[in-house]
Write a protein that binds this ligand. Structure first.
Ligand SMILES: Nc1ncnc2c1ncn2[C@@H]1O[C@H](COP(=O)(O)OP(=O)(O)OP(=O)(O)O)[C@@H](O)[C@H]1O
Ligand SMILES: [Zn+2]
Length: 660
């Protein structure tokens, strides 16, 4: 009697067997409705076998094999199996997270036909620059697996390189997967792609799509109808029967890393997928991740370089540092920066003030008794939001009204300390009463529609001054923007996190890259107390390779990634002692001693130790070879699962963590 081996979305590293009288091996890859506990679940059939390891009497019978939308293909299984093994995530979790929500439901909603999108105006191809042509010439679309890093300065026309390669792949009858960071999935890029390929079926896949639209687009990709999938990190798993090219735009972007559930890097999975399918993959960035840069230096990726801006009239902006120790600041802004904004206003050009901190002020405090607005649930301060008069935790979402007086001593004179985008916006408005100021951050732009409207207003010249967080830093082309002022950059310079300089450098280069993209020359003014810091010199000379070389040298000496390979075990419990005790048990397991190429650090509280009422600890495991770490992890994980306390608290493993 046939037995189905079924993957279910459960945190368990095993498959589940069910009887199914009429099943055949052709059913592998189909979804199935099975009884589980007191209810039912949707699973995926991984194998059809003759005999179960379990006694036949104990097996339940599958309720229904679901023939729609047809079996998931072998290469999809291969990719999910890789992710499951590499990231120590149960196969069922990986397989099912990759499916659209409607296919995981027991009673899916009625399917409705979608509104066809209005086709954007067809866009002509510009003549390629020499550098673009050279880069394109390096990629053999039909030559099997090859990995390329397209390192192109901001405004160098990386998108045009993508479009030409996409065209080549489409001509060969292949599908293309274009991955972009969450925030970058702007209508501009989508329109640009659709406008270039008006006769092709282009679909997008991202978290803001309505469930029905997402399922429709996924089905069209799965069926081989969609020619091009434009998607965020999760779309890396989309089944594509004719896939012939993968592109990862802004490959350095941290949003390619999934931070909960299965913690994976979509960029890394993209490269694995390309290798499994023997197709080319292209990673593009003006500030590549140091991992990718090291891969390019080591010859694992082919390096393609665009040194010049594509628009012959545009030049890279001039970057200057403003030494805030020698300048008087008004609300954190120096006179030279104000003067530069004034000049732009007089000339009818746009300025951008960049401050990567939203809200009005990071904390409200009482100078009399020392009370500060702490989150009750996290080791973090509540951020003051004056726009809607709330105190809000940016970590757990807890919020409160603003107290009139100090809750501890009754002092009426409590103050906001420090500043965020709201405060800067308010102050600039007072300073430049006639200027039209637009604040762009997660508070003013909550949805994709708001984002589209905001971008239209900026493009339409409806703003003189933009005040924004990193939302504004990436990928946008604002032709009238000629000044970028950077506030609050110093915090990252001497942060404990050794990845902080890499992120700061990328952010500064990206935000600087918004200025002077057309005929008008751009200028960038960075306020700092450390004007001699080499990072600023590298930004000023637009010297990514120099910066990367220094950073990689430091990391090699310190034994940090990419010269070491890491995984972190995290535990969360109401009391820190319990979390740490669990980690100590995990560190003392015999399997740890058996793998002497893997080193374990001491368990420590996480940098933000308390989140939403849970204390969090972590234990870092490190090896100087990836295979050594990969050999250790499954055995360690199994041993941890066997610990008595393992199901008394929450814990997870993260491989290649970005944040420690
Ligand atoms: N061959 C070309 N000739 C003329 N203009 C071009 C060419 N290629 C691209 N451009 C223009 O140059 C500008 C920058 O191009 P694009 O947005 O692709 O740059 P990018 O490298 O992606 O920059 P960023 O990293 O800042 O996002 C765009 O306005 C684009 O239309
Ligand atoms: Zn909180």
């Amino acid at each position: 009697m046939p037995v189905l081996r079924v993957a279910l979305d459960l945190p368990l590293h095993r498959l589940f067997d069910y009887r199914a009288d009429d099943a055949t091996p052709a059913d592998v890859g189909l979804r199935v409705r099975v009884p589980f506990g007191r209810g039912e679940r949707i699973g995926v059939i991984v194998a059809v076998v003759e005999q179960s390891e379990w006694p036949a009497g104990q097996l339940k019978t599958a309720r229904e094999i679901l023939r729609d939308p047809g079996p998931l293909p072998d290469d999809f299984f291969a990719l999910c199996e890789f992710a499951s093994t590499y990231y120590q995530a149960p196969l069922g979790e990986v397989l099912l997270q990759a499916l659209p929500a409607g296919l995981k439901r027991l009673s899916p909603p009625e399917r409705r036909a979608g509104r066809p999108r209005k086709p954007p105006p067809a866009l002509p191809e510009p003549a390629l620059t020499e550098e673009q042509a050279a880069a394109i010439g390096q990629v053999d679309i039909d030559g099997g697996y090859s990995a390329h890093l397209l390192f192109g300065v901001t405004g160098s026309g990386k998108t045009e390189v993508y479009l030409r390669l996409i065209d080549q792949a489409l001509q060969l009858g292949r599908q293309v997967l274009l991955l972009v960071p969450e925030i970058n999935l702007t209508p501009q890029l989508e329109d640009r792609v659709r406008g270039r390929f008006p006769d092709r079926c282009v679909v997008s896949l991202h978290s803001e799509l309505a469930e029905a639209a997402r399922e429709r687009n996924w089905r069209s990709a799965f069926a081989g109808e969609a020619d091009l999938v434009l998607g965020t990190r999760l779309s890396v798993f989309t089944p594509l029967p004719r896939l012939g090219l993968i592109i990862v735009d802004e490959e350095h972007d941290p949003s390619f890393k999934q931070q909960d559930g299965m913690r994976y890097s979509a960029r890394d999975v993209a490269v694995v997928r390309a290798r499994q399918l023997a197709v080319p993959v292209l990673l593009g960035s003006a500030t590549p991740s140091l991992e990718s840069w090291a891969n390019a230096q080591g010859g694992r990726y082919k390096l393609l370089t665009l040194k010049e801006r594509a628009n012959p009239a545009a030049r890279l902006p001039a970057v200057h540092v403003l030494d805030t120790r020698r300048l008087t600041l008004k609300e954190g802004i120096s006179e030279p920066l104000l003067a530069a904004i004034r000049e732009r206003l007089a000339r009818g050009e746009q300025s951008l003030v960049f401050l990567n901190r939203r809200g009005y002020a990071p904390v409200l405090a009482c100078p009399a008794c020392g009370w500060v607005s702490r989150c009750q649930r996290c080791a973090a301060n509540l951020v003051l939001h004056l726009a809607d008069r709330r105190l809000r935790c940016h970590h757990c979402g807890f919020e409160n009204g603003i107290p009139r007086a100090c809750p501890t001593c009754g002092n009426q004179d409590i103050h906001p300390y420090g500043r965020g985008t709201q405060r800067v916006e308010e102050w600039l408005q007072g300073e430049f009463p006639d200027a039209r100021i637009l604040r762009v951050d997660r508070d003013s732009v909550k949805s994709r529609t708001q984002w589209e409207t905001m971008l239209e207003r900026i493009h339409g010249g409806e703003a003189d001054i933009l005040v924004g967080t990193q939302m504004l830093a990436k990928g946008h082309d604002f032709p009238k923007l000629t000044l970028v002022g950077v506030l609050g950059a110093d915090a990252a310079l001497y942060a404990a996190d050794w990845r902080a300089p890499e992120r700061l450098f990328a952010q500064l280069m990206q935000v600087a890259g918004r200025a002077g993209r057309a005929e008008l020359r751009g200028e960038v003014l960075v306020q700092t107390q450390y004007p001699d810091h080499p990072l600023f010199a590298a930004v000023a000379s637009h010297d990514y390779p120099g910066f990367a070389a220094t950073q990689l040298q430091e990391r090699e000496q310190a034994g940090f990634p990419p010269y070491a390979f890491q995984a972190v075990l995290r535990a969360e419990a109401p009391a820190m002692a319990d979390a740490v005790a669990f980690l100590e048990l995990a560190a003392a397991l015999p399997v740890v001693k058996a793998h002497d190429q893997v080193m374990l650090y001491d368990p420590v509280p996480m940098k933000m130790a308390r989140l939403a009422n849970l204390e969090r600890g972590q234990l870092l495991a490190e090896a100087f070879s990836r295979p050594a770490l990969q050999a250790f992890l499954p055995r360690w994980r199994e041993a941890i699962e066997g610990l008595k306390t393992a199901n008394k608290l929450r814990w997870h493993l993260e491989v290649d963590p970005l944040e420690l």
